[in-house]
Design a protein around this ligand. Structure first.
Ligand code: XMP
Length: 527
């Protein structure tokens, strides 16, 4: 365990020899573009907008997509790309800002338009192009721009228009450079996937052969080569990311994998048992369960400040994990379930202009001082891909579709002081709510659903007796990215069942409230 920590890039270069790069100009949709490309079975990576032509050559992509972005190309500080990009002979598709940039670089003019367009528009094709194969002459598209290309050089042909945007799609006459003012990657452009598909298959000549199964097989081979006969440690939390990481590693190295589950006493009902059963009965992995409830609860005694709770839990976790890991012989690697959005959001790899804006709680983990080399086999995948991979690896739906759960666990849902009794109330109420949502068939339609125990007592009446008991809040949200979220419009009868059952079955609760705040301005968790 004395080797310095080094981040091992489990790059998919061998996995995906037909790849497309998305140059990120700060678009909120860069990740969505990448997902749409992968949905066409073409591997795709997001890279910085200022990547050089030479670096691009090293990636050997089949094509490039220039993303949208919030800037205006005529501003002095606007992000630009290496002009040599256009000399590479590679197919290039500029989307929104990307189109404006390409036109500007190749002799066109971009201006702020009098009619800013945000929302649906009717696109009318005016010239045929392979990009629009199979697209009717008039089609619905989604616009979101203040600037537009007002003039193109003679080198370009205008392909389409809308009522307020005369140049809504272009193609260069000589170079394989295309531009779309609208967003083909959003679902509000119903035929957007076909347009992207045309770019990938017809223009770039991709075959669409990238498959998750191939990814898994090649990653397994890669892990075996990298690990040799050393041992790999993987922390298990019960969440989908760590479970899929462990399942993939188990497939790669079987008995050389040691999993550590730290029972901090802050897990959901039956969570520990489910993890133990899955990883011992199904995968027969070497599983170390650290029973540390007493340690965590003692450390949290009297603490009500959310930041301090997180700090103490983080410290206790590291102590427990490190001490267990030290007992494991020949351990050289530490596996973590870092996903592609974490990599982008934390700026660890692609760090485009949008990257630094978002810093997520889920990034972080164990400190470098532990002295392991990191293996992050999921760092090229999106969450939905990880879920599909989990199912392919044989994990049960219950684990694969489990809602995200914060590292500090129930501690940040138990507002005020954390005691064994309060945690028990919370755990029971939470289990009832989640089970009722599952029974109503709404679990997968909800991104996160949980109960929060409030530090509030209120008056009630049960039977003939007055009560003065706890209030709990039910929090259910819908979101794709967890950066913004809306509260779930659950049917009243489901809410009623949850409330009745919690009040009847959980001793110590006499009131259930439903949280109807969106994020922002509220957050998903209460602490
Ligand atoms: P918020 O509450 O910021 O949560 O809207 C966004 C997402 O992050 C999760 N979350 C955390 N995850 N450690 C984690 O690992 C944390 O401290 C933490 N706080 C929030 C939250 O559950 C939601 O999915």
């Amino acid at each position: 365990m004395d080797s310095p920590v080094s981040r091992t890039e489990t790059s998919s270069s061998s996995v995906a020899n037909q790849r497309v790069l998305v140059l990120d100009f700060g678009s909120q949709y860069a990740q969505l573009i990448a997902r749409r490309v992968r949905e066409q079975h073409v591997f795709c990576e997001i890279v910085r907008h200022d990547i050089t032509a030479e670096q691009i050559r090293q990636h050997a992509p089949r094509g490039l997509i220039l993303s949208g972005g919030p800037s205006s190309v005529y501003e002095p500080k606007a992000p630009r790309c290496d002009p040599k990009l256009f000399e590479l002979g590679l197919p290039i598709l500029g989307i929104c800002y990307g189109m404006q940039l390409a036109c500007d670089a190749l002799g066109g003019r971009v201006d702020n338009c009098p009619n800013r367009e945000y929302g649906p528009a009717k696109l009318q094709l005016v010239n045929h192009s392979d990009l629009f194969d199979g697209i009717p002459e008039t089609t619905d598209v989604w616009m979101s721009h203040g600037d537009q290309v007002t003039r193109v050089s003679d080198d370009f042909t205008a392909l389409a228009r809308t009522s307020t945007c005369p140049i809504a799609a272009v193609k260069h006459r000589e170079l394989p450079v295309y531009g779309l003012q609208f967003h083909p990657e959003v679902t509000h452009t119903p035929l957007g996937s076909l347009i992207l598909r045309n770019f990938l298959m017809v223009v770039c000549g991709c075959e669409g052969t990238w498959r998750l199964g191939d990814f898994a097989n090649e990653t397994v081979q890669q892990i075996r080569r990298q690990v040799g006969d050393a041992r790999v440690i993987c922390g298990l939390s019960g969440g989908v990311d760590s479970s899929v990481t462990a399942a993939l590693l188990y497939q790669a190295i079987g008995a050389q994998l040691s999993c550590i589950l730290v029972d901090n006493g802050l897990l959901r009902k039956d969570e520990k048992a489910a993890v133990i059963s899955e990883f011992t009965n199904h995968f027969h992995a070497d599983l170390h369960v650290v029973t540390a409830e007493d340690k965590f609860l003692a450390d949290l005694e009297g603490i009500t400040d959310p930041t301090e709770k997180r700090r103490r839990i983080g410290r206790c976790f590291i102590e427990c994990f490190a001490s267990e890991a030290q007992e494991i012989q020949n351990a050289r690697f530490l596996a973590q379930g870092t996903l592609y959005p974490d990599v982008i959001e934390s700026g660890a790899a692609a760090d485009g202009p949008a990257a630094t804006i978002k810093l997520h709680h889920n990034v972080g983990g164990l400190p470098d001082e532990l002295g392991f080399e990191l293996i992050e086999p999921l760092r090229d995948l999106f969450k939905d891909e990880v879920r599909r991979l989990g199912l392919e690896l044989g994990l049960p739906e219950d684990i694969v579709w489990r809602h995200p759960f914060p590292g500090p666990g129930l501690a940040v849902r138990c507002l005020g002081e954390i005691t064994r009794d309060r945690l028990e109330v919370l755990r029971e109420a939470d289990a009832i709510a989640v089970n009722e949502i599952k029974a109503a068939g709404l679990y997968r339609d909800t991104a996160q659903a949980f109960v929060v125990l409030l530090p509030v007592q209120s008056v009630g009446v049960m039977g003939d007796s007055p009560t003065y008991d706890n209030a709990v809040a039910l929090r259910c949200v819908n979101t794709d990215d967890f950066m913004t979220a809306d509260w779930s419009r659950l049917p009243y009868d489901v809410l009623a069942r949850i409330s009745t059952r919690i009040i009847n079955e959980v001793k110590g609760v006499n009131r259930v409230c439903y949280d109807i705040s969106s994020k922002p301005p509220a957050t998903i968790e209460w602490e």
